[in-house]
Ligand binder design. Structure first.
Ligand code: AMP
Length: 339
């Protein structure tokens, strides 16, 4: 254990930092929260950070690296790191980094990501390159940081052309088949130390305003001035999946891992998430992958039903990451989990 004490686990104070920092402490590490000025409060309030480093703006993290290296910190990534620092900068990081940095570029571009998932044999919603070809309901998604705002549904080319007019400033978008079903976000963890794929849990997102449109009757929606659906995420709701889906779900995760090794050395390891829609015909369509911890694991700080089955103790994804790092240190295989 003495050697563990020398390592610290650091992450940006946002997204899933509470469980990452708490998990680090549970596994015997000191934890460091790197916070934007003014955002330290949750990490103080919940007492999950042994140290809080305050920075003015996210890019300052790049200059913080020498300090982190001196502190013997291992940086755990999450979506905020990806969003605010960008994968090109992360790829150049010198500070020890949990996960495979090289996989990030594959999830940051919708086209490359699609090729990966397709090659893994997953079922994906159809993409329409040309609006002329729209022959079913589609969802039009914009790239970039708008986070689900402005997405719209269209039923044909005419409808699309009419609705896209309101988005003249948007250059990059994708026209995707709209899958009628329920969203299901699958949380996996793959350990290169045990060569095992684990199911950590499931969630569905709580999106504003689309998740409340059902509370307004169709008649009242028509009467209201303008209710456009948006998909801005405001929270996550835990879900348990019908047990008979599990064999397919495990199979999907394994195929994604196998294919990831073909696209980049070492492939994907650690936590990841397949974002799916499940249809009444029991089909599972994957519309995205997150190749790192997702905020959908946040309801499970005490563990999910699935981690309880496996571990018999509270096991959040954050704690699972810390445990993996701990196992790697003990086995002298840190190079297998840092990338
Ligand atoms: P995204 O920005 O790709 O994560 O999508 C935001 C939300 O839109 C998701 O959480 C789903 O609720 C919904 N969504 C995305 N893609 C589809 C699709 N192909 N069919 C139906 N709903 C979708």
């Amino acid at each position: 254990m003495a050697r563990l004490k020398n390592y610290k686990i650091a992450t940006i104070g946002s997204h899933s930092a509470l469980q990452i920092l708490k998990g680090a402490q549970q596994e015997g590490f000191k934890s460091i929260a790197i916070c934007i000025k003014g955002r330290e409060k949750p990490y103080k309030l919940f007492n999950v950070a042994d140290e809080i480093i305050v920075i003015e703006k996210y890019p300052d993290l790049i200059n913080l690296q020498d300090t982190l290296i001196k502190k013997n910190a291992i940086l755990v990534p999450h979506a905020s790191l990806m969003e605010y620092i960008g994968f090109e900068n992360i790829e150049k990081f010198k500070v020890p980094y949990y996960g495979n940095k090289k996989i990030l570029r594959f999830e940051s571009d919708r086209n490359i990501e699609r090729e990966w998932l397709k090659a893994a044999g997953l079922k994906l919603p159809k993409i329409f390159k040309n609006p002329k070809d729209i022959d079913r309901s589609v969802i039009v998604k914009f790239h970039g940081a708008k986070g689900g705002k402005g997405y719209f549904l269209a039923k044909n080319e005419k409808d699309f052309k009419q609705k896209i007019k309101a988005h003249k400033e948007e250059e990059k978008y994708v026209i995707q088949e709209y899958i009628v079903g329920v969203p299901m976000f699958i949380h996996y963890f793959y350990s290169p130390l045990t060569d095992e794929l684990e199911i950590m849990g499931f969630d569905k997102r709580y999106e504003s305003n689309v998740d409340s449109l059902g509370r307004i009757s169709a008649r009242d929606q028509m009467a209201l001035a303008k209710v456009e659906p948006s998909y801005v995420i405001v929270g996550n709701i835990p879900v348990v999946v019908r047990e008979s889906f599990l064999p397919r779900i495990i199979d999907m995760g394994e195929k994604v891992i196998k294919q990831s090794r073909k696209i980049t050395p070492g492939g994907l390891w650690g936590p990841f998430c397949l974002e799916t829609i499940m249809t009444p015909d029991e089909e599972i369509f994957t519309f995205e992958i997150s190749a790192r911890i997702v905020a959908g694991t946040n309801p499970y700080i005490e563990g999910s039903p699935y981690t309880w089955l496996k571990y018999n103790e509270p096991m959040s994804t954050g704690r699972r990451i810390a445990r993996e790092i701990k196992m790697a240190i003990k086995q002298n295989k840190l190079n297998k989990v840092l990338g």
